[in-house]
Design a protein around this ligand. Structure first.
Ligand code: ADP
Length: 724
């Protein structure tokens, strides 16, 4: 800009100079240079022409310049005005408040929007000054805003950028973002003026606060749940975890785990296993839930984890990693292990107990075999008194002894083992009738009856049920025997009735007109070894286990047992059972009913008796022969096989425990080797009456089971049923 006036000045100067030179030249031509005075006069003449010209030129040039400057200034002012109005409309459009603050005078210039953000008009805020801001800013935020301002004034920050709360006219706090900078300095370089903007960022700030609160909450949840949580990217690199997991892996905070992989913490094989699991979950998109895995600790110990992994997806459902949790179940595993050990120990103890019971049963019953057996044989051949009474006393004492042994062993078995009902299908009415028939001889003078439907709906005569027939028999036999025992005159009745709905229930009532039981004593009678009056009942035998066994068996069949009794008038025992009614044809249904007594076999069958004890052989032989059978004998399994290879038998009676070869081995051999006796019925004969022994006999191909001591009636019935 400064070169232009010089240019305008040079032009007239040069023109004046050229004109002057021209005059000098003309003068010198016409007159020639004679003296210094002439030259001087020429110069004066030239200057006289040149300088007026020069001043005129300068004046003209200045005039022109002035005009140009004026034009320029007005166009600059116009441009400035346009710029300002453009800025103003931009500011208006961005809803930004503006401020301009003179730091020296404290004068503050604000726009309408500045006041509007706080719900005011500028007019309402007057008088406006820096105190306008100070009045409305939140006291807690003022200090941080001041720090920002000083940092900017000291030149540490290029801009003043602060966030603070200001009180709105309605009392709420609005979040403001103030930005600005120094725009003017004093001539001595001190800050003079700052200007900038105010923006209402309340919504953004609230969203930020909500977000950071939800992040904090998420972190709290992650750190509170009693499980280890982690998440990894598609390359199985840790992206995050909770505090528990960080601790497990020896890290101070979850952030220390970020960007690490399982290879940084575990052995190569384990890390590879974890990685393969991650990859499988991400590849298939299917979660792997609650699987147990063992992990080696750095000290060599083993920990057990219950792990779950699920694919981690983004909002477009794309798999972006894997999320996993695991629980340290080492303690549970240890407890499980201890429980298994305890169970095994208990099972071993229970097995030992069962074995003991089996041996006890065998050993207590074995001596009774010859006593009862020979007494039976003697009775058949003896007709004279008092010998017959003596023999009968031997038999009844032996049987009483046997009943006691049976009661004790049975009760011990029920309470010490998990006895399960072994169901059969049978006709219920026939079953009850046969029971009464069987007990008839022991009823003596008493009337013993079976009544169907007297106390409720009768049971159809062809109705079949499914339950453990032996258990039911044991219950009813015990009750009926008790009634017979404790009734001097009158009657004992077994009554049956049913209730068909909602599910079939059957009621068995044993009613007598006996001595009755005092009310105060009725409840405890179902406890083992309890009797009403020991002195009285001593007369009637028994050890107080019968009712306890009845109650246990009834419960095993899901039923209830109850008693109603009046002293001196009689007792009524009721057994209520939910029996399953079956629809099979009666032909396929067996009723555990003894076949009628037959004295002789249909023909002289050849029967092989295998036993190592001469007494037992003698009894069995006498029984076979007393029924007109042909008895052959063998002292052990080996001899039995040898006999079977030589002769054909109609039936084999086989003891179980024998030297050289036991009964099970011998039966197996006979059944598996082709001979005339391969299919000959074999009957086990043993003092071991437990279920396992019976099962073993069936598995070895034996057809029936006779328990020692042998009872002649049982013996004949069982043999007769198998002989053709
Ligand atoms: P026990 O082997 O002594 O008969 P139970 O458990 O069968 O043992 O019976 C316990 C007691 O209950 C008997 O000793 C007897 O006092 C009493 N009792 C059982 N049934 C009857 C009954 N029908 N009438 C009177 N008393 C009975």
């Amino acid at each position: 800009m400064k070169s232009s006036p010089r240019r305008y000045l040079l032009i007239p100067l040069c023109a004046a100079w050229l004109l002057a030179m021209f005059f000098i030249y003309i003068e010198l031509r016409h007159s020639g240079l004679r003296t210094l005075r002439d030259l001087w006069s020429i110069l004066i003449q030239v200057s006289g022409v040149t300088f007026p010209l020069l001043f005129v030129s300068i004046y003209l040039s200045n005039k022109r310049l002035q005009k140009r400057f004026d034009n320029l200034s007005s166009s600059i002012a116009q441009a400035k005005e346009e710029e300002l109005s453009r800025n103003r409309s931009i500011i208006e459009g961005t809803e930004v408040g503006t401020w301009d603050w003179n730091l020296k005078t404290g004068e503050l210039v604000l726009n309408e929007r500045w006041a509007g953000i706080l719900g005011y008009t500028l007019e309402e805020l007057k008088p406006i000054g820096i105190s306008t801001w100070e009045r409305t800013v939140h006291p807690d935020d003022m200090q941080s805003a001041e720090i920002m301002r000083h940092q900017h004034l000291r030149g540490e920050k290029k801009y003043y950028d602060a966030q603070f709360r200001q009180r709105h006219k309605n009392g709420e706090w609005r979040w403001i973002n103030a930005r600005g900078k120094l725009v003017e300095w004093t001539p001595t370089g001190e800050p003079l003026r700052m200007s900038g903007t105010h923006m209402d960022i309340t919504e953004q700030k609230e969203a930020e606060l909500a977000l950071s609160e939800s992040k904090r909450m998420l972190r709290r949840v992650l750190n509170t749940i009693p499980a280890r949580v982690f998440w990894k990217d598609t390359h199985s690199v840790f992206l995050g975890c909770n505090q528990l997991l960080a601790q497990d892996l020896g890290q101070e905070t979850p952030y220390d785990l970020i960007d690490k992989t399982d290879y940084d913490f575990f052995s190569k094989e384990e890390a590879e296993r974890f990685r393969q699991d991650d990859q499988e979950v991400m590849r298939t998109g299917k979660a792997k839930i609650a699987y147990e895995e063992a992990l080696k600790r750095p000290d060599g110990g083993l920990i057990w984890l219950l792990t779950s992994k699920v694919p981690l997806r983004d909002q477009d459902d794309k798999i972006i990693g894997v999320l996993g949790t695991y629980e340290d179940i080492s303690l549970r595993k240890q407890t499980e292990f201890e429980l298994i050990q305890a169970k095994e120990a208990a099972e071993a103890a229970s097995k030992a107990k069962s074995e003991f019971l089996a041996v006890m049963s065998h050993e207590m019953r074995t001596p009774l075999n010859p006593i009862l057996g020979f007494a039976d044989i003697l009775l058949e051949s003896c007709t004279e008194e008092p010998e017959v009474s003596y023999i009968n006393t031997i038999i009844s004492s032996g049987q009483r002894q046997l009943a006691l042994i049976d009661d004790i062993l049975h009760y011990m078995r029920i309470i010490s083992e998990r006895v399960e009902p072994n169901n059969q299908q049978f006709n219920l009415v026939k079953f009850c009738q046969s029971l009464i028939e069987e007990l008839q001889p022991s009823a003596g003078e008493l009337t013993l009856h079976f009544q169907n439907g007297k106390l409720g709906a009768p049971v159809p005569v062809d109705l079949c049920v499914e339950t453990d027939q032996h258990m039911l028999r044991r219950i009813l036999e015990n009750l009926l025997n008790n009634s017979i025992k404790y009734t001097h005159s009158g009657s004992v009745n077994l009554q049956l009735s049913m209730k068909a709905s909602p599910s079939p229930r059957f009621q068995f009532t044993v009613q007598d007109t006996g001595i009755g039981i005092e009310a105060s004593q009725q409840k405890q009678l179902f406890d083992p070894f309890s009797q009403v009056d020991a002195s009285y009942t001593r007369k009637h035998e028994g050890i107080g286990l019968g009712l306890a066994i009845c109650q246990k068996l009834t419960h095993l069949l899901d039923g209830k047992i109850g008693l109603q009794s009046t002293l001196g008038q009689g007792s009524t025992f009721t057994v209520d059972l939910p029996l399953q009614v079956v629809t099979e044809s009666p032909a396929s249904i067996t009723t555990d009913r003894p076949t009628p007594r037959k004295e002789k076999f249909a023909r002289p069958y050849k029967i092989l008796i295998v036993d190592d004890k001469p007494d037992n052989i003698l009894i069995a032989k006498a029984l076979v022969e007393s029924h007109q059978g042909q008895a052959h004998t063998a002292n052990n399994g080996k001899e039995a096989i040898a006999s079977c290879q030589k002769e054909t038998f109609d039936l084999i009676l086989m003891d179980l425990s024998m030297p050289l070869m036991n009964g099970i081995q011998a039966s197996n051999w006979i059944r598996s080797h082709s001979s005339e006796n391969q299919h000959t019925p074999i009957i086990a004969m043993t003092a071991n009456v437990d279920k396992e022994a019976q099962n073993a006999c069936h598995e070895a191909g034996m057809a029936a089971f006779i328990s020692k001591p042998i009872q002649s009636q049982d013996f004949f019935q069982t043999l007769n049923a198998l002989l053709k």
